[in-house]
Write a protein that binds this ligand. Structure first.
Ligand code: ATP
Length: 372
């Protein structure tokens, strides 16, 4: 399912040069974005980056200062929130406390004056899909947080919107429940064959649920790609840092040929050689990003003159059960470390590494990325 790879495909949701200002403050800065039908799409970014404002403009709670937003071919300008074919589920859930679960779900349908039989059918369907049948007669205060969250979801979906907007929907749930609910959301989205747009600051959540992620910073899109692309080939220091754990190594370009690049790390002066090419010139400074799990660690020293290898004493070890994270101190002077993550199952038994051991850290030619 990769509609974004089809250059002729029509987007289902399109932001076209959208800017939103609050007074002098630019919350969304001339941003363009295409989202396709049946995508589970995540807007990801830190606090204040503008992601909620994006969603609120799509829902009709905010008006863009300039630019256009389209949904299913329709320009949304001037269309009030309640007429838009989208529905937004809030973090607070906003359930009616005095109404039963089934009445909460039916509320919007009654307002739309749907025939009773139709309402009953849809409520039953939603109760089934969200596994709430046995709670239909309960009031919100008689439910757990996770169940309340499912009622809010059922109520948002009952009106069969063209797109469901989820604003930090799982923020109030504890970690385990949040993970379970993420998988339920994905299953529901598959079942209903709908377009879901989620706003979150939680990178793991975005990686788990989304087909594609837009990483935002200061009102702009930094990278829009699949979770795997964002993790494997971040386009900037910002994205590399924001998603997952990473070693960011400042380097000087030594060679930049059409077939390979050689870099010299500022810390420890070791050489990095990669097939990736760069537009930077010899002498330029570039950053090299490499995930800790791509760095191998072993006792011993690198052969003199070897590339993609560096020595150092173990400075810190974090044992996390399934993996350990090892920091090796690199070079003299400043406190620079290179992190390596390895699966404990094999390593702990074979070759236990402890504090102050001399280790060699090595990585494959194409294990990291040059951030041009
Ligand atoms: P968070 O995760 O903290 O909710 P966010 O990325 O969703 O952050 P937005 O809610 O989109 O951020 O807000 C983006 C910026 O716009 C923030 O700096 C915020 O203070 C500002 N902002 C949002 N709404 C208004 C408003 N009504 N008036 C003035 N400034 C606003």
């Amino acid at each position: 399912f990769t509609p974004w790879e089809d250059t002729a495909a029509e987007p289902f949701i399109e932001f076209r040069n959208v800017t939103k200002r609050f007074g002098d403050f630019v919350a969304v800065d001339n941003l363009s974005l295409k989202i396709y039908e049946r995508e589970f799409f995540a807007l990801l970014g830190g606090s204040g980056c503008g992601k909620t404002t994006m969603m609120r403009m799509l829902a009709g709670f905010e008006t863009p200062t300039s630019g256009q937003i389209f949904l299913d071919g329709q320009d949304l300008a001037g269309i009030p929130a309640f007429r838009r074919p989208s529905n937004m589920m809030f973090q607070s859930y906003a359930l009616f406390p005095h109404m039963s679960v089934e009445n909460n779900i039916a509320f919007g349908l009654k307002q739309d004056k749907l025939p009773k039989s139709e309402i009953d059918d849809r409520v039953a369907e939603m109760l089934r899909l969200t596994k709430l049948e046995q709670f239909a007669k309960r009031k919100p205060h008689q439910l757990s947080g996770g169940q309340r969250q499912r009622v809010a979801l059922a109520r948002s979906l009952a009106k069969r919107p063209k797109v469901l907007l989820l604003d930090e929907p799982l923020g109030a749930l504890d970690r385990k429940l949040r993970e379970e609910t993420q998988f339920e959301l994905m299953a529901l989205q598959e079942d209903l064959k709908m377009t879901f747009l989620i706003v979150t600051h939680d990178q793991e959540e975005a990686m788990t649920v989304a087909d594609r992620i837009a990483v935002m910073d200061q009102g702009q899109l930094v990278q829009v790609a699949t979770p795997a692309e964002i993790y494997e080939t971040p386009n900037s220091k910002f994205v590399a840092n924001f998603i997952g754990d990473v070693n960011l190594i400042e380097t000087k370009v030594v060679e930049a040929s059409p077939s390979q690049t050689r870099l010299e790390a500022m810390m420890g002066g070791f050489l990095i050689e990669t097939d990736q090419t760069t537009s930077a010139r010899p002498g330029d400074t570039v950053w090299y990003a490499i995930r800790p799990e791509k760095v191998r660690v072993a006792k011993g020293k690198a052969e003199p003159g070897s590339v993609n290898a560096v020595n150092g004493p173990v400075w810190d070890i974090a044992y996390l059960g399934d993996v350990s994270i090892i920091h090796a101190k690199i070079g003299e002077g400043d406190f620079d470390t290179l992190k390596s993550t390895f699966a404990n199952v094999t390593r702990v038994v074979e070759d236990p590494i402890t504090w102050y051991d001399d280790v060699v850290l090595t990585f494959d030619r194409n294990a990291g990325v040059i951030l041009d």
